[in-house]
Write a new protein. Structure first.
Length: 142
């Protein structure tokens, strides 16, 4: 056995092989480290089926209610909530178009995600503060 083939076996020995992740369903996961809550949110591409109307949104949302997210524009992400509702998080103006295609992290001080307090962190290392939330409802056809 060569040294290179031995190195190739090390990830398998520690269960780091990516082969088992193909059949796993994407889910929101939470980790609590001391007094800090970190939530990993998977992101799905936004389908073009519906147009949404924005309404005044809440100041905060419970992280336990978040079931996933959809990309909805360069400066915003739509959260899919437990009760089948959607809330759009709009980022600060100087926030670049983030690459959230592989998911993102929410780092909060408690179990709530709040506008003008909390940020969304991409896996690429960029973070943007949430300026406001907007409730979404499907646009009615004319």
């Amino acid at each position: 056995m060569t040294f290179a083939s031995l190195l190739a076996l090390i990830p398998a020995l520690f269960g780091l092989s990516g082969a088992g992740t193909l059949g796993m369903q994407m889910t929101v996961s939470r980790v609590v480290v001391q007094d800090e809550v970190i939530v990993r949110v998977p992101v799905r591409p936004m389908p073009r089926q519906f147009e949404w109307t924005e309404h005044k949104g809440p100041k905060c949302i419970d992280t336990e209610d978040i079931r996933g997210a959809r990309l909805s524009g360069p400066g915003q992400v739509d959260f899919l909530l437990r009760d089948k509702k959607r809330v759009r998080a709009q980022f600060e103006r100087n926030c670049p178009a983030l690459d959230f295609y592989q998911g993102f992290y929410l780092n909060t001080d408690d179990d709530r995600l709040c506008a003008r307090r909390d940020s969304v962190h991409s896996r690429m290392g960029v973070s943007c503060r949430i300026e406001r939330f907007k409730k979404l409802s499907p646009k009615r056809p004319h």
